[in-house]
Design a protein around this ligand. Sequence first.
Ligand code: ADP
Length: 634
Amino acid sequence: MDSAPVIEDLQPLLASPELRVVVDSVRDYAIFLLDINGTVLSWNPGAQRIKGYAPQEIIGQSFTRFYTPEDRARGRPFELLAEAVREGRSEEEGWRVRNDGTRFWADVVISAIRGSGGQVRGFVKVTRDLTDRLRAEEQLRQGEERLRLMIGSVREYAIFMLDPQGRVATWNAGAAALKGYEASEIIGQHISRFYRPEDLPAQKAERELGIAAETGRFEEEAWRVRKDGSRFWANVVLSAVRNASGELIGFTKVTRDMTDRMRADEQIRERARQQSLLADLGLHALRTPELPKVIEEAVRTVRQTLELDEVRVLRAGEEKPPGATSVSIHASTVGAPPYGELAVWGAPGSRELGFLQAVANVIAAAVGRAQVEDQLRSAERKAVEEREKTGRANEALRERDEFISVAAHELRTPVTALTLKLQSLERAVNIREAKPGRLEGAIRQTDRLARLIDRLLDVSHIAQQGLRMSREKFDLAALVRQVVDDFRDPAAQAGTALELEIDEPVEGVWDRLRIEQVLVNILSNALKYGAGKPVSLRVESDPDGVRVTVADRGIGIAAGDAGRLFGKFQRAASIRHYGGMGLGLYITRHIVEAHGGTITVESEQGQGSTFVVELPRFPPAEAAAGEPAEGARA
Ligand code: ADP
């Protein structure tokens, strides 16, 4: 009221050019005078711009037309004048009407103008168009509302505000979902309760707020705790909020649950680690031949990789212990595999099971390999034993042959001397006596002894350097006939008829003495094993060779024995009934083969035997080439 201007008459005010200049220059405000009844007395360009009336249209009109019909109906215009009279001024924000009927939001101040006596002479009215500001304010309000709704509805992020001390000031749905607190329980609480107990001594929350306050922002990924005590891996961004004058008024905090992503990352890392440990195990298994060591390493690998306390490899057939989870070891072995399953305790997940199976497969491969190696080793061992055995046998044979050779050589000289002595004795006795019976017996025995020694010498020759042949051209038919003649007497004594069938003559190049030896051996066997039955002898020939067949009807030879009788010291007949060292056929075969020929036997036990000797007429090329000169016999 005191500040109200005191003016006696409005007219000089209206006429004042200074005031006019000021008022007219104002374009943002409508400034005009009203008389005591509210009639418009003056009009400035601002009023014209805001309200849309030219001065001549409005001067002299009532100010009520600036008001809405509703305001006019309730007498609002005059209330404001009355208030201005009473209080010196009235002010309101409200809707006003332009000349074209449109409305605008106005800030209106009406000031009373008083005369010196205190009575009111009129009013100054200043109106400002606030429509733009109102719109901006409305937009801002709506924007804030939208933001609030948006933040409120975001569920993926916990978005909330803290006061400068770090106490929760707002709470959104995301925060409730993520951390498990309702707004009512957490607003006003310090954020340190979102941290792990072990973070508290270090004042981690306070430190982070400090960094945000200082630098404007703090971000980290770390463990946070929910209301129920469970933990999650969080991405946290703390931002300081300051007012226009730079004063810290709080913080915004945006927290996101990164547990799943971290788990995924971790899984990738874990899988890579498992793969590399598996590769290490495989390499170890390749380098380590001992199966138990591979198993040990496999168990160690599983224990370390999966951080399990108890890991065991079960033997095949061993029952799975209670509480264990296991995978099979599919070893492809010939017999029963030594191991059955790889068992662990502490409920592993599906990924761990995959890893376990891979380890079990490495074990299976190692088992398979160990078995193959075992087989190789035992085969090797057997081969070595076999070699040793044959080595020993060969050694024994060699020693026997050596003994035979030494014995035969040692015996030969005294037996020859004995023979000569007996012969000269025989001659001397013959002169005096007609029947030197006992001497004859001694001579016969000595002859046998000499023949035996000769055989032994032949055997040792065959073993050492082979039989030497001394070839000449002769008639084999004649030789056969001569040998058969020599056998007439013994055959007659044995009651055996000798039948001879022969084509004449059969010329060829052979060793006469050796061939004679062959004939004697076969024929004497036929008499020995076929005594009392006829023995037939046939000589056949063609341009290439000759065949001598000697058939008896004696004891015969069992089918299984026929093959081996041509070997050294091989006999088939019972030693009680038949003597002999089993050397005759052996030497015979060597003589025949040295001539490039063959000797075979066909026989049936109890029915008799047929020996067939086939000889080429001429020596084989290689034998002839390597042959020493005639008469070089040892
Ligand atoms: P041995 O001096 O023992 O007769 P041989 O080498 O001449 O030696 O003969 C070997 C074996 O062959 C004899 O022990 C005998 O069992 C068998 N044998 C040889 N010839 C005949 C035959 N004509 N009939 C039956 N068995 C024979």
